[in-house]
Design a protein around this ligand. Structure first.
Ligand code: GLN
Length: 340
């Protein structure tokens, strides 16, 4: 059902993939990007599908009409449409950047060996997925793997670890970020399921100690406020080999970017990741706050915020808008034209 809804619009645009196929390193034309953003914004502005997440009470109260699109190129050009000022909590999009931090501090094998890099085929907060392989054979973008990744960030105190995580995210966004205290408190009061998942990961030896602290820091990282422009800058940093194209700062190790993108492609939209990759070819990550980031390596980072979600927990408008824009701009890295 969901698949059919998405395909409808996207397949109509399939021809454009070929028409607009972009070679790596080729600059996007300003007018094309502006037209693609404006068209996607207008097309989905009045769409009423989906509903805000409500299992975290504070998320149910967020304005469902927030709808903002931003795209940032490796040259640091910023394009926007709609509301790119309103902030929502980053939620699961944070998992990408904590994974990157752990890879930077240790190495990608630490992730590979501890929780794995495979899709679970289960919902993001699945306990069945933990049980199936005793906490292995999953990935850092589902809750069990993500809380475990947070537990792997080095530091002498909770404060140390937290400050490191927040400043790492801020370097990707290119500005200081802060926590939405209402969301943090709301999730902290209702996250017994995540606490249980962390205890299981501890029981199976993936979290080495203090699973409650890992869950608490994870909950706080999910509550960081971002707008669509922040998320697009974060995505564009990944699209640009780990260097923030706006600030010019090398934020993460260049050699780890490919692994981060691979995990996003495998598991970024949870159990709908395969459908998403089939339709767009883009490594991406969603959050239940309503944001999605997607990366066309070497070409652009894009983000859309719109809180109403589908059954898998992915923003309805964000999926459609990103798919349209990427297809219009030839963003699919798998779509190449044969050599002459
Ligand atoms: N903080 C949320 C949770 O753990 C994040 C989930 C999400 O964005 N999919 O449930």
């Amino acid at each position: 059902m969901k698949f059919q809804l998405l395909t409808k619009g996207v397949l109509l645009l399939a021809a454009c993939v070929f028409a607009a196929s972009l070679q790596a390193g080729e600059r996007l034309a300003k007018a094309d990007v502006e037209a693609a953003l404006a068209a996607a914004y207008a097309k989905y502005k009045d769409l009423q599908e989906g509903a805000n997440a409500d299992y975290i009470p504070a998320l149910a109260k967020v304005d469902s009409n927030i709808y903002g699109i931003a795209l940032v190129t490796p040259e640091g050009e910023v394009y926007t449409a709609g509301d790119v000022k309103s902030e929502v909590s980053i939620q699961s999009i944070s998992k990408v950047f904590t994974m990157a931090l752990v890879m930077d501090e240790k190495d990608p094998e630490a992730i590979f060996n501890n929780m794995g890099v495979d899709a679970t085929g289960q919902v993001f907060n699945s306990i069945v997925a933990v049980e199936q392989y005793k906490g292995a054979e999953m990935n850092p973008l589902v809750n069990a793997g993500a809380i475990t990744a947070t537990s792997m960030v080095a530091g002498n105190s909770r404060e140390d670890i937290w400050n490191k995580i927040l400043s790492y995210y801020a370097a990707f966004a290119g500005r200081e970020l802060s926590v939405n205290q209402e969301v943090f408190k709301s999730e902290a009061a209702t996250n017994q399921r995540n606490q249980a998942i962390a205890k299981l990961m501890y029981a199976y030896g993936h979290i080495k100690d203090n699973p409650d602290q890992a869950t608490d820091i994870y909950t706080e990282q999910c509550s960081v406020n971002v707008n669509a422009r922040d998320l697009a800058a974060m995505a564009a940093t990944l699209a640009n080999g780990g260097r923030n194209p706006i600030t010019g700062k090398q934020v993460m190790r260049n050699e780890n970017v490919a692994e981060v993108l691979a995990v996003m492609a495998t598991a970024g939209l949870y159990d709908d990741s395969g459908k998403w990759l089939f339709l767009t070819g883009l490594p991406a990550k969603s959050g239940v706050g309503g944001g999605i980031i997607a990366v066309s390596p070497g070409r652009f980072g894009i983000a859309v915020i719109s809180p109403p979600l589908d059954a898998a927990g992915n923003s309805v408008r964000a999926q459609k808008a990103i798919a349209d824009i990427s297809n219009a701009l030839g963003g699919n890295p798998y779509a190449v034209t044969p050599a002459k």
